[in-house]
Design a protein around this ligand. Structure first.
Ligand SMILES: Cc1cc2nc3c(=O)[nH]c(=O)nc-3n(C[C@H](O)[C@H](O)[C@H](O)COP(=O)(O)OP(=O)(O)OC[C@H]3O[C@@H](n4cnc5c(N)ncnc54)[C@H](O)[C@@H]3O)c2cc1C
Length: 583
């Protein structure tokens, strides 16, 4: 744990440290206390939520509310709320373990995260003492439920372009406008609503459902997460007391964007939990269904899918815990006791905005690929609503859209990274264009080192050639993001596997196989992205020298992935589930 700020790992800096040299938290480092809470969450999901799966998906909102209140009794609504306001104030690692469990029912998990994360956290970080004292104890127990209302029909990705207005009249704010797509709107008691004071200063307000002038529209008819409530929130001369302004006049953008970072970390983690459940029922089906006289799991192309699902779980979990480790370290240096405690904590989270977006983008796409593999493994039954694969395919599609679409997040990743390399932050991108490379002994780390050097070289040369105009080419910006994401994931998985090997962990050989499959395939993708990025951005002269440069660099020896995947699949079949479990 860092003793002071100088010991913190800075956001985005992983690209500039030699492969595998940064400290990294993994699920295997979880404390007994965190595991006990996660186990309680698992029992709650298995005992209370999963048996009511169908009712939840039929939009039984009273049931969802009841279940949230039960989660409140267990303490898992207040994990991130300070103790002074009725919460447990646990670290984010514990919240992550719990979230993995909650993710097993997608609709309930959506309601849970909208409440505990984007609904509650604005008050935790930006509320006055009076606001916190009034709302947080009730939100921690589930007596009240929360929603976050930023989006409007005309402003989705362009989230700060809200048209809703707030005017101060006789000691009251009067709000007008319509918010769209608001999760939990059908049963929330408290809404954090964004509106512009006098049409220009975007600000956040706490609105209660009993305030005059607030109402909600009909439930949206959605493709997936059908058991979560999604409605418009209508404000017609909605009058609220002056002291319901949250965080101060004009602080709306700060709150809205800061809180989205929290949501993005969590979305990445919940994708891992959902992936574990998908793998479990797909393994079961692939063991029971026979074709050509054999179970499906005996066929190489089915084993490939099963193994890939496990690879994605391992990689996603490795990156989520790595990021959360950095975050917990930074948050541990701040204190609720300080007058600026909330703002300090938000600033600590902002530092890892790139990692938050990477977690969201990678997690949502990995889960979608897993859902697709599940549908394919179920064959025709995968297309039938009588089997579970069809539901996860619909349920997880939204993850690529909300909390900022993956396109917007990719633009954010590249933009923020390049800004940190050119501003006062001074991450040393310019120096990465040339230089020799010390290659580690370990084959997997060597792959990471080579991939990092290759990616940095292309990004640095492209930026030197094009300057800030790089970002005007969105396809190129997305390629920069893809390189950054692949490197983060690859390194996170490799380092975790190495730690497990060093610790003599029971599943270390499996972990090493999972990391090897990912590293090999990521290497191939990085090669492709680097070449295409060079072609997009560099002038002919730079391109010639760059291609020569890239070709001169070593490439890791190819590995026969079918053997590895067959052995991974065998371990999964033997255990009937993803076996590397911290809980
Ligand atoms: C089920 C559900 C629940 C939701 N819950 C909430 C909630 O609780 N609170 C809340 O405030 N909002 C919520 N949302 C809204 C959600 O955050 C937005 O739908 C999302 O941000 C995208 O906005 P949009 O739908 O207006 O799409 P648009 O912004 O119109 O985007 C459409 C497409 O254009 C692309 N695009 C847009 N701008 C750019 C650009 N500059 N460059 C490149 N591509 C671009 C997008 O990536 C996307 O592919 C929810 C939405 C859904 C569907």
């Amino acid at each position: 744990m860092a003793q002071d700020e100088t010991q913190l790992v800075r956001g985005s800096s992983y690209m500039f440290h030699p492969a595998g040299t940064l400290p990294q938290v993994t699920p295997e480092d979880s404390s007994e206390e965190a595991l006990a809470i996660a186990e309680a969450a698992r029992d709650f999901m298995n005992g209370e939520v999963m048996p009511r799966d169908e009712e939840i998906d039929h939009l039984d909102l009273a049931l969802t509310r009841d279940l949230l209140a039960k989660a409140g009794e267990l303490g898992i609504l207040g994990m991130e709320i300070p103790e002074a306001y009725g919460g447990l104030d646990l670290d984010k690692k514990t919240a992550l373990l719990v979230l993995e469990e909650m993710a097993k029912q997608a609709s309930f998990s959506t309601s849970y995260t909208a409440h505990t994360s984007i609904g509650t956290m604005p008050i935790v970080y930006f509320g006055t003492h009076e606001q916190k004292a009034k709302y947080l104890p009730r939100l921690a127990t589930g007596e009240w439920c929360a929603a976050y209302a930023l989006t409007e029909a005309g402003s989705g990705s362009d989230a700060l372009g809200a048209k809703a207005t707030a005017v101060l009249q006789d000691g009251h704010w009067v709000l007008n406008g319509t918010k769209a797509w608001i999760t939990n709107a059908g049963f929330a008691d408290v809404f954090v609503i964004f509106a512009k004071i006098n049409g220009s200063h975007l600000s956040a307000f706490i609105v209660e459902k009993t305030d005059p002038g607030i109402s909600t529209g009909a439930e949206e008819k959605k493709m997936g997460i059908k058991g979560s409530s999604t409605r418009t929130v209508i404000l017609e001369n909605c009058r609220i007391p002056e002291d319901r302004l949250l965080g101060g006049k004009g602080k709306g953008a700060r709150i809205a964007l800061g809180i989205l970072n929290v949501g993005r970390f969590k979305l990445g983690a919940s994708s891992v939990g959902a992936g574990k459940r998908v793998l479990e029922y797909t393994l079961k089906y692939a063991g029971e269904r026979t074709q050509f006289g054999k179970p499906l799991n005996a066929f190489g192309l089915v084993q490939q899918k099963l193994a890939n699902m496990a690879v994605r779980i391992f990689v996603g979990e490795s990156m989520s815990f790595r990021t959360i480790g950095y975050l917990d370290d930074a948050l541990a240096l701040t204190s609720w006791e300080s007058e600026t405690g909330g703002a300090d904590k938000m600033k600590a989270i902002d530092e890892y905005a790139v990692e938050a977006s990477m977690s969201k983008v990678w997690g949502s796409e990995a889960l979608f690929a897993t859902a697709d593999d599940a549908v394919q493994t179920f064959g025709g039954a995968g297309f039938s609503a009588e089997y579970p694969a069809e539901k996860i395919y619909r349920d997880c599609r939204i993850n690529r859209i909300f909390e900022g679409t993956n396109e917007i997040n990719r633009l954010l990743i590249a933009g923020t990274f390049l800004k940190r390399c050119s501003g006062t932050d001074g991450l040393p991108l310019a120096g990465s264009a040339t230089g020799t490379l010390d290659l580690p002994e370990d084959g997997l780390l060597r792959t990471v080192a080579l991939a990092k050097a290759r990616a940095l070289r292309v990004i640095a040369l492209a930026q030197a050639d094009r300057g800030p105009k790089i970002l005007d080419n969105q396809e190129a910006a997305a390629r920069i993001s893809n390189l950054l994401i692949e490197l983060y994931d690859m390194e996170s998985a490799v380092v975790r596997a190495r730690k497990m090997v060093e610790a003599g962990h029971r599943w270390a050989p499996l972990a090493r196989d999972l990391a090897t499959v990912y590293a090999q395939e990521a290497w191939n993708r990085i090669q492709g992205e680097a070449r295409m990025l060079a072609a997009e951005l560099a002038s002919d002269a730079v391109l010639d020298s760059l291609v020569a440069d890239l070709l001169a660099m070593h490439a890791p020896a190819p590995v026969a992935l079918s053997t590895l995947r067959c052995s991974i699949a065998q371990a999964l079949v033997d255990q009937g589930r993803y076996p590397i479990s911290a809980v």
